[in-house]
Ligand binder design. Sequence first.
Ligand SMILES: [Zn+2]
Length: 227
Amino acid sequence: MCPAPDSLDDGTGADGTAGGQGPREGAKLYEGVVQDLIDELGRLPGVGPKSAQRIAFHVLQADPVDVRRLAHALLEVKEKVRFCVVCGNVAEAERCRVCLDQRRDLAVICVVEEPKDVVAVERTREFRGRYHVLGGAISPIEGIGPDDLRIRELMTRLADGTVTELILATDPNLEGEATATYLARLCKPMGLKVTRLASGLPVGGDLEYADEVTLGRAFEGRRLLDV
Ligand SMILES: [Zn+2]
């Protein structure tokens, strides 16, 4: 599976508007609805002004059937997909595929930041437990504190003693480390085995961009968090 990092976009980013290029110039050139489309596309993660223009003109030239299918997919995903009531992963029912799977080990929970990290860990085929998606990481700069994440829900899941190991698989960056440390301290009195993925993951990176082999090894070599 090939990751598509944001950085692989046209590379113009916000700087693409310098010197009168980009959407400001476009605002004079394009009719209203075309510019609306470019503006909306430009709000997507990893899509710079040049990519937004390229996609907009691709849509303009595309077969109406293809465009309708794309629009349908966008609407469907918002209508049909929701978040699992147990773990916070994306789900098409009340519970996600992993939580519904009776073969998964109930004693282990892997804590990740986003649903896309669940996909990354699943790709390794190293993990047979269940997940807990926090919905982000603690970041004082962005004003995200523990109460903004699904930490209370995690504590509820841990309360009945079924779970014996918590694997903290937050991103290997500042926010991810801070979140892991916070959770390790919080869970320590509960007598759980709390582990963190082994080093070898690119520091400062995103879990989802780690290849399966690296992430798989990090799982095998996870270490006890001593806080
Ligand atoms: Zn779930």
